[in-house]
Design a protein around this ligand. Structure first.
Ligand SMILES: Cc1ncc(COP(=O)(O)O)c(C=O)c1O
Length: 400
Protein backbone atom coordinates (compact mmCIF):
# COMPACT_ATOMS: atom_id res chain seq x y z
CA UNK A 1 0.00 0.00 0.00
CA UNK A 2 1.38 3.39 -1.03
CA UNK A 3 0.16 6.01 1.46
CA UNK A 4 2.04 8.79 -0.38
CA UNK A 5 0.06 8.08 -3.52
CA UNK A 6 -3.25 7.77 -1.67
CA UNK A 7 -2.72 11.20 -0.14
CA UNK A 8 -3.22 12.73 -3.60
CA UNK A 9 -6.90 11.72 -3.32
CA UNK A 10 -7.53 13.77 -0.16
CA UNK A 11 -8.11 17.49 -0.82
CA UNK A 12 -7.23 18.50 2.76
CA UNK A 13 -3.90 16.67 2.65
CA UNK A 14 -3.11 17.97 -0.84
CA UNK A 15 -3.65 21.50 0.42
CA UNK A 16 -1.20 20.75 3.26
CA UNK A 17 -3.72 21.85 5.88
CA UNK A 18 -2.77 19.36 8.62
CA UNK A 19 -0.95 16.28 9.77
CA UNK A 20 -4.16 14.50 10.52
CA UNK A 21 -3.94 12.24 13.57
CA UNK A 22 -7.63 12.39 14.57
CA UNK A 23 -9.16 9.64 12.44
CA UNK A 24 -10.78 7.86 15.40
CA UNK A 25 -12.94 10.97 15.75
CA UNK A 26 -13.64 11.24 12.03
CA UNK A 27 -11.56 10.47 8.95
CA UNK A 28 -10.74 12.69 5.99
CA UNK A 29 -12.69 12.05 2.78
CA UNK A 30 -11.18 11.23 -0.61
CA UNK A 31 -12.41 12.99 -3.77
CA UNK A 32 -14.06 9.71 -4.93
CA UNK A 33 -16.48 9.94 -1.99
CA UNK A 34 -17.16 13.64 -2.56
CA UNK A 35 -17.81 12.96 -6.26
CA UNK A 36 -20.20 10.09 -5.48
CA UNK A 37 -22.26 12.31 -3.16
CA UNK A 38 -22.33 15.03 -5.80
CA UNK A 39 -23.45 12.50 -8.44
CA UNK A 40 -26.63 11.85 -6.46
CA UNK A 41 -27.58 15.53 -6.44
CA UNK A 42 -26.62 16.05 -10.07
CA UNK A 43 -28.03 12.85 -11.58
CA UNK A 44 -31.01 11.86 -9.43
CA UNK A 45 -31.90 14.08 -6.46
CA UNK A 46 -35.24 12.28 -5.97
CA UNK A 47 -36.81 10.12 -3.22
CA UNK A 48 -36.29 6.35 -3.18
CA UNK A 49 -39.17 3.85 -3.12
CA UNK A 50 -42.00 6.37 -3.52
CA UNK A 51 -42.64 8.26 -6.76
CA UNK A 52 -42.71 6.52 -10.15
CA UNK A 53 -40.77 9.08 -12.25
CA UNK A 54 -37.35 8.43 -13.74
CA UNK A 55 -35.39 10.50 -11.21
CA UNK A 56 -37.02 8.62 -8.33
CA UNK A 57 -36.21 5.29 -10.00
CA UNK A 58 -32.60 6.37 -10.45
CA UNK A 59 -32.49 7.34 -6.74
CA UNK A 60 -33.88 3.94 -5.73
CA UNK A 61 -31.27 2.18 -7.87
CA UNK A 62 -28.39 4.22 -6.47
CA UNK A 63 -29.64 3.84 -2.89
CA UNK A 64 -30.22 0.08 -3.07
CA UNK A 65 -26.96 -0.64 -4.88
CA UNK A 66 -25.21 1.32 -2.09
CA UNK A 67 -26.91 -0.95 0.44
CA UNK A 68 -25.56 -3.98 -1.45
CA UNK A 69 -22.02 -2.55 -1.40
CA UNK A 70 -22.04 -1.55 2.27
CA UNK A 71 -23.46 -4.96 3.25
CA UNK A 72 -20.94 -6.83 1.09
CA UNK A 73 -18.12 -4.83 2.72
CA UNK A 74 -18.83 -6.65 6.01
CA UNK A 75 -20.01 -9.86 4.32
CA UNK A 76 -23.70 -9.42 5.09
CA UNK A 77 -26.78 -9.61 2.85
CA UNK A 78 -28.44 -6.35 1.70
CA UNK A 79 -31.64 -7.16 3.61
CA UNK A 80 -29.55 -7.38 6.79
CA UNK A 81 -28.42 -3.73 6.55
CA UNK A 82 -30.43 -0.87 8.07
CA UNK A 83 -29.34 2.68 7.21
CA UNK A 84 -28.98 4.86 10.28
CA UNK A 85 -27.38 8.21 11.08
CA UNK A 86 -24.31 6.79 12.82
CA UNK A 87 -23.11 4.15 15.28
CA UNK A 88 -24.82 5.97 18.14
CA UNK A 89 -28.23 5.59 16.48
CA UNK A 90 -27.60 1.94 15.62
CA UNK A 91 -26.65 1.13 19.24
CA UNK A 92 -29.68 3.01 20.58
CA UNK A 93 -31.93 1.21 18.10
CA UNK A 94 -30.92 -2.24 19.32
CA UNK A 95 -30.61 -1.49 23.03
CA UNK A 96 -33.93 0.38 23.20
CA UNK A 97 -35.92 -1.99 20.95
CA UNK A 98 -34.68 -5.35 22.23
CA UNK A 99 -37.20 -7.65 23.92
CA UNK A 100 -36.32 -7.91 27.64
CA UNK A 101 -39.58 -9.60 28.65
CA UNK A 102 -37.89 -12.97 29.39
CA UNK A 103 -34.36 -11.86 30.44
CA UNK A 104 -33.23 -8.53 31.83
CA UNK A 105 -29.44 -8.67 32.10
CA UNK A 106 -27.25 -6.69 29.68
CA UNK A 107 -23.52 -7.28 29.87
CA UNK A 108 -21.00 -4.73 28.75
CA UNK A 109 -17.58 -3.39 29.90
CA UNK A 110 -16.09 -0.24 31.38
CA UNK A 111 -14.14 0.23 28.16
CA UNK A 112 -17.12 1.27 26.05
CA UNK A 113 -17.85 4.55 24.35
CA UNK A 114 -20.63 6.62 25.94
CA UNK A 115 -22.76 5.85 22.85
CA UNK A 116 -22.98 2.24 24.04
CA UNK A 117 -23.00 2.83 27.79
CA UNK A 118 -25.63 5.56 27.92
CA UNK A 119 -28.51 3.74 26.20
CA UNK A 120 -27.93 0.82 28.58
CA UNK A 121 -27.79 3.14 31.59
CA UNK A 122 -31.01 4.81 30.40
CA UNK A 123 -32.77 1.44 30.08
CA UNK A 124 -31.56 0.58 33.59
CA UNK A 125 -32.80 3.92 34.96
CA UNK A 126 -36.25 3.07 33.57
CA UNK A 127 -36.13 -0.35 35.30
CA UNK A 128 -36.14 -2.22 31.99
CA UNK A 129 -32.72 -3.90 32.24
CA UNK A 130 -30.06 -4.79 34.75
CA UNK A 131 -26.58 -3.77 33.62
CA UNK A 132 -23.50 -5.82 34.58
CA UNK A 133 -19.85 -5.48 33.60
CA UNK A 134 -17.41 -8.04 32.24
CA UNK A 135 -14.10 -7.79 34.08
CA UNK A 136 -11.28 -5.93 32.34
CA UNK A 137 -7.76 -5.12 33.52
CA UNK A 138 -6.06 -1.71 33.92
CA UNK A 139 -4.01 -2.38 30.75
CA UNK A 140 -7.22 -2.63 28.68
CA UNK A 141 -7.12 -6.43 28.38
CA UNK A 142 -9.93 -8.80 29.43
CA UNK A 143 -10.04 -11.08 32.42
CA UNK A 144 -10.86 -13.96 30.07
CA UNK A 145 -11.38 -16.50 32.89
CA UNK A 146 -14.33 -14.53 34.22
CA UNK A 147 -16.27 -14.33 30.93
CA UNK A 148 -17.90 -17.76 31.26
CA UNK A 149 -18.85 -17.04 34.88
CA UNK A 150 -20.47 -13.69 34.04
CA UNK A 151 -22.57 -14.63 31.01
CA UNK A 152 -25.45 -16.89 32.07
CA UNK A 153 -29.02 -17.83 31.20
CA UNK A 154 -30.37 -14.55 32.60
CA UNK A 155 -28.31 -12.59 30.03
CA UNK A 156 -30.45 -11.04 27.30
CA UNK A 157 -27.76 -9.13 25.43
CA UNK A 158 -23.98 -8.71 25.46
CA UNK A 159 -23.17 -5.26 24.04
CA UNK A 160 -19.49 -4.73 23.45
CA UNK A 161 -16.82 -3.01 21.32
CA UNK A 162 -14.89 -4.64 18.51
CA UNK A 163 -11.99 -2.21 19.03
CA UNK A 164 -11.86 0.58 21.63
CA UNK A 165 -11.42 4.25 20.85
CA UNK A 166 -9.13 4.70 23.87
CA UNK A 167 -6.39 2.11 23.22
CA UNK A 168 -7.16 0.65 19.76
CA UNK A 169 -7.26 -2.83 21.40
CA UNK A 170 -9.77 -5.52 20.43
CA UNK A 171 -12.18 -7.49 22.58
CA UNK A 172 -11.90 -11.34 22.53
CA UNK A 173 -15.09 -11.52 20.48
CA UNK A 174 -14.93 -15.12 19.33
CA UNK A 175 -14.93 -16.35 22.89
CA UNK A 176 -17.58 -13.89 24.07
CA UNK A 177 -19.94 -14.64 21.16
CA UNK A 178 -19.61 -18.38 21.66
CA UNK A 179 -20.35 -18.23 25.39
CA UNK A 180 -23.22 -15.76 24.83
CA UNK A 181 -24.85 -17.97 22.20
CA UNK A 182 -24.35 -21.11 24.32
CA UNK A 183 -26.42 -19.31 26.95
CA UNK A 184 -29.09 -18.12 24.52
CA UNK A 185 -28.02 -14.44 24.71
CA UNK A 186 -27.72 -12.11 21.70
CA UNK A 187 -24.57 -10.09 20.91
CA UNK A 188 -24.36 -6.48 19.73
CA UNK A 189 -20.96 -5.32 18.46
CA UNK A 190 -19.94 -1.67 18.42
CA UNK A 191 -17.86 -1.73 15.24
CA UNK A 192 -17.22 2.03 15.05
CA UNK A 193 -13.45 1.54 15.50
CA UNK A 194 -13.32 -2.01 14.12
CA UNK A 195 -14.96 -1.96 10.67
CA UNK A 196 -12.77 0.90 9.35
CA UNK A 197 -9.49 -0.70 10.47
CA UNK A 198 -9.81 -4.46 10.04
CA UNK A 199 -11.72 -6.75 7.71
CA UNK A 200 -14.81 -7.43 9.80
CA UNK A 201 -16.78 -10.39 8.45
CA UNK A 202 -20.28 -10.33 9.94
CA UNK A 203 -21.12 -13.84 8.80
CA UNK A 204 -17.94 -15.40 10.21
CA UNK A 205 -18.07 -13.36 13.42
CA UNK A 206 -21.55 -14.75 14.07
CA UNK A 207 -22.77 -11.81 16.18
CA UNK A 208 -26.43 -10.83 16.02
CA UNK A 209 -25.88 -7.11 15.42
CA UNK A 210 -23.02 -4.91 14.21
CA UNK A 211 -23.01 -1.10 14.25
CA UNK A 212 -20.66 1.26 12.38
CA UNK A 213 -20.38 4.82 11.03
CA UNK A 214 -19.53 6.00 7.52
CA UNK A 215 -17.54 9.04 8.62
CA UNK A 216 -14.92 6.92 10.44
CA UNK A 217 -14.12 4.97 7.26
CA UNK A 218 -13.59 7.74 4.67
CA UNK A 219 -17.34 8.16 4.11
CA UNK A 220 -19.64 11.12 4.75
CA UNK A 221 -21.02 12.25 8.11
CA UNK A 222 -24.68 11.52 8.88
CA UNK A 223 -24.74 7.95 7.57
CA UNK A 224 -24.07 4.66 9.33
CA UNK A 225 -25.20 1.06 9.35
CA UNK A 226 -26.87 -1.38 11.66
CA UNK A 227 -26.26 -4.88 10.34
CA UNK A 228 -28.33 -7.63 11.90
CA UNK A 229 -29.21 -11.24 11.21
CA UNK A 230 -32.70 -11.16 9.67
CA UNK A 231 -34.26 -13.19 12.49
CA UNK A 232 -32.60 -10.91 15.09
CA UNK A 233 -33.80 -7.73 13.34
CA UNK A 234 -37.35 -9.11 13.14
CA UNK A 235 -37.40 -9.62 16.92
CA UNK A 236 -36.67 -5.91 17.59
CA UNK A 237 -39.56 -3.60 18.36
CA UNK A 238 -40.16 -0.51 16.19
CA UNK A 239 -37.82 2.42 16.73
CA UNK A 240 -38.32 5.46 14.49
CA UNK A 241 -41.59 5.00 12.57
CA UNK A 242 -43.04 7.03 9.74
CA UNK A 243 -43.12 7.26 5.95
CA UNK A 244 -41.95 4.09 4.12
CA UNK A 245 -41.90 1.85 7.21
CA UNK A 246 -45.40 0.49 6.62
CA UNK A 247 -47.40 -1.74 4.28
CA UNK A 248 -50.70 -0.13 5.29
CA UNK A 249 -52.10 2.29 7.85
CA UNK A 250 -55.70 2.61 9.04
CA UNK A 251 -56.55 4.57 12.14
CA UNK A 252 -55.85 2.14 14.97
CA UNK A 253 -54.28 -0.54 12.72
CA UNK A 254 -50.80 -0.59 11.21
CA UNK A 255 -49.07 -3.25 9.14
CA UNK A 256 -45.31 -2.64 9.28
CA UNK A 257 -42.86 -3.69 6.57
CA UNK A 258 -40.16 -6.27 7.15
CA UNK A 259 -36.63 -5.21 8.18
CA UNK A 260 -34.64 -3.28 7.04
CA UNK A 261 -37.38 -0.92 5.73
CA UNK A 262 -39.32 -1.14 9.00
CA UNK A 263 -36.51 0.83 10.68
CA UNK A 264 -35.92 3.45 7.96
CA UNK A 265 -38.56 6.06 8.72
CA UNK A 266 -38.73 9.20 6.58
CA UNK A 267 -36.67 10.41 3.64
CA UNK A 268 -33.22 8.88 3.95
CA UNK A 269 -29.71 10.28 3.57
CA UNK A 270 -29.35 9.08 -0.05
CA UNK A 271 -26.25 11.12 -0.80
CA UNK A 272 -24.64 9.82 2.40
CA UNK A 273 -25.41 6.18 1.58
CA UNK A 274 -24.01 6.62 -1.93
CA UNK A 275 -20.91 8.31 -0.49
CA UNK A 276 -20.46 5.50 2.03
CA UNK A 277 -20.67 2.91 -0.78
CA UNK A 278 -17.91 4.84 -2.58
CA UNK A 279 -15.82 4.70 0.62
CA UNK A 280 -16.37 0.91 0.76
CA UNK A 281 -15.20 0.69 -2.87
CA UNK A 282 -12.16 2.80 -2.04
CA UNK A 283 -11.16 0.66 0.97
CA UNK A 284 -11.86 -2.59 -0.90
CA UNK A 285 -9.55 -1.45 -3.67
CA UNK A 286 -6.77 -0.92 -1.13
CA UNK A 287 -7.70 -4.24 0.53
CA UNK A 288 -8.46 -4.45 4.24
CA UNK A 289 -5.50 -6.79 4.80
CA UNK A 290 -3.24 -4.01 3.47
CA UNK A 291 -4.99 -1.45 5.67
CA UNK A 292 -4.34 -3.65 8.72
CA UNK A 293 -0.69 -4.19 7.80
CA UNK A 294 -0.12 -0.48 7.22
CA UNK A 295 -1.69 0.32 10.59
CA UNK A 296 0.44 -2.28 12.41
CA UNK A 297 3.57 -0.59 11.04
CA UNK A 298 2.32 2.86 12.00
CA UNK A 299 1.29 1.63 15.47
CA UNK A 300 4.77 0.21 16.07
CA UNK A 301 6.46 3.46 15.00
CA UNK A 302 4.01 5.55 16.98
CA UNK A 303 4.50 3.53 20.19
CA UNK A 304 8.30 3.72 19.80
CA UNK A 305 8.13 7.46 19.09
CA UNK A 306 5.96 8.28 22.11
CA UNK A 307 7.87 5.96 24.44
CA UNK A 308 11.16 7.66 23.51
CA UNK A 309 9.89 11.04 24.73
CA UNK A 310 10.94 11.75 28.34
CA UNK A 311 7.97 11.66 30.74
CA UNK A 312 5.55 10.00 28.29
CA UNK A 313 3.20 7.24 29.49
CA UNK A 314 1.07 5.18 27.08
CA UNK A 315 -2.32 3.68 28.08
CA UNK A 316 -3.15 0.06 27.26
CA UNK A 317 -0.84 -2.63 25.99
CA UNK A 318 2.54 -1.43 24.66
CA UNK A 319 2.39 -4.13 21.96
CA UNK A 320 1.60 -2.84 18.46
CA UNK A 321 0.34 -6.35 17.59
CA UNK A 322 -2.62 -5.78 19.86
CA UNK A 323 -3.69 -2.40 18.42
CA UNK A 324 -4.95 -0.47 15.46
CA UNK A 325 -2.86 2.67 14.75
CA UNK A 326 -4.21 4.46 17.82
CA UNK A 327 -2.16 5.56 20.83
CA UNK A 328 -3.33 7.47 23.92
CA UNK A 329 -0.76 8.94 26.28
CA UNK A 330 0.12 11.71 28.69
CA UNK A 331 3.28 13.77 29.08
CA UNK A 332 4.43 14.36 32.64
CA UNK A 333 3.87 17.93 33.75
CA UNK A 334 1.94 19.11 30.67
CA UNK A 335 -1.86 18.99 30.54
CA UNK A 336 -3.30 16.91 27.68
CA UNK A 337 -5.21 19.85 26.14
CA UNK A 338 -1.99 21.87 26.22
CA UNK A 339 -0.10 19.11 24.38
CA UNK A 340 -2.81 18.98 21.68
CA UNK A 341 -2.92 22.78 21.31
CA UNK A 342 0.86 23.01 21.03
CA UNK A 343 1.07 20.21 18.46
CA UNK A 344 -1.47 22.12 16.39
CA UNK A 345 0.23 25.49 16.69
CA UNK A 346 3.85 24.26 16.32
CA UNK A 347 3.41 21.62 13.60
CA UNK A 348 -0.24 21.64 12.41
CA UNK A 349 -0.69 18.18 13.98
CA UNK A 350 -4.38 17.44 14.62
CA UNK A 351 -4.92 15.35 17.80
CA UNK A 352 -7.74 14.69 20.23
CA UNK A 353 -7.43 15.36 23.97
CA UNK A 354 -9.75 14.68 26.92
CA UNK A 355 -11.67 11.54 27.86
CA UNK A 356 -12.76 10.68 24.27
CA UNK A 357 -16.47 10.19 25.17
CA UNK A 358 -15.35 7.20 27.25
CA UNK A 359 -14.92 8.51 30.79
CA UNK A 360 -15.30 5.19 32.67
CA UNK A 361 -12.79 3.66 30.22
CA UNK A 362 -10.23 6.38 30.87
CA UNK A 363 -10.77 5.98 34.63
CA UNK A 364 -10.15 2.24 34.39
CA UNK A 365 -7.03 2.77 32.27
CA UNK A 366 -5.59 5.08 34.94
CA UNK A 367 -6.21 8.43 33.20
CA UNK A 368 -9.33 9.83 34.92
CA UNK A 369 -8.49 13.37 33.84
CA UNK A 370 -8.01 12.29 30.23
CA UNK A 371 -5.12 11.98 27.79
CA UNK A 372 -3.87 12.88 24.31
CA UNK A 373 -4.85 10.58 21.44
CA UNK A 374 -3.12 10.10 18.10
CA UNK A 375 -5.23 7.97 15.74
CA UNK A 376 -3.90 7.24 12.26
CA UNK A 377 -5.29 5.81 9.07
CA UNK A 378 -4.50 4.84 5.48
CA UNK A 379 -3.18 8.28 4.51
CA UNK A 380 -0.65 8.64 7.36
CA UNK A 381 3.08 8.05 6.96
CA UNK A 382 6.12 7.27 9.10
CA UNK A 383 7.53 10.67 8.12
CA UNK A 384 4.61 12.35 9.87
CA UNK A 385 5.32 10.29 13.00
CA UNK A 386 8.94 11.54 12.97
CA UNK A 387 7.77 15.15 12.96
CA UNK A 388 5.30 14.31 15.74
CA UNK A 389 8.13 12.85 17.83
CA UNK A 390 10.26 15.99 17.37
CA UNK A 391 7.29 18.18 18.33
CA UNK A 392 6.55 16.11 21.44
CA UNK A 393 10.20 16.33 22.51
CA UNK A 394 9.98 20.12 22.41
CA UNK A 395 6.74 20.12 24.42
CA UNK A 396 8.04 17.57 26.95
CA UNK A 397 10.86 19.99 27.90
CA UNK A 398 8.19 22.28 29.36
CA UNK A 399 7.15 19.61 31.85
CA UNK A 400 10.61 18.40 32.92
C1 LIG B 1 -15.98 2.96 19.90
C2 LIG B 1 -16.98 3.99 19.45
N1 LIG B 1 -18.27 3.69 19.51
C3 LIG B 1 -19.21 4.56 19.13
C4 LIG B 1 -18.87 5.80 18.64
C5 LIG B 1 -19.95 6.74 18.20
O1 LIG B 1 -19.82 6.98 16.82
P1 LIG B 1 -20.71 8.07 16.11
O2 LIG B 1 -20.36 9.38 16.77
O3 LIG B 1 -20.30 8.03 14.69
O4 LIG B 1 -22.11 7.71 16.34
C6 LIG B 1 -17.53 6.16 18.56
C7 LIG B 1 -17.13 7.50 18.13
O5 LIG B 1 -16.03 7.96 18.34
C8 LIG B 1 -16.55 5.23 18.97
O6 LIG B 1 -15.25 5.50 18.90
Amino acid sequence: MDADRLREDFPILKAGKAIYFDSACTTLKPRQVLEAERAYYEQASGCAGRSAHALAKKTSEMFESSREKAAAFVNAAPEELVWVKNTTEALNLVIRSFDYSQRKKILTTRLEHHSLLLPIMEQQRRGIVKMELLKTNPDGSFDEQSIAATIDRSTALVAIHHTTNTTGMRAPLEKIIKIAHDNGAAVLIDGAQGVPHSGVDFRRLGADFLAFSGHKMLGPTGIGCLVGKSESLEKLDSFIVGGETVESVHIGKVQFMKAPKRFEGGIQNYAGAIGLAAACDYLSKIGMKNVEEHEKKLAKRMIEAVQSVPGAAIYGSPSSEKRSALVSFNLKGVKHHQVALMCDSLSKIALRSGVFCAQPAMESLGAPEGAVRASLYVYNTEKEISLFKETLEKIAKLGN
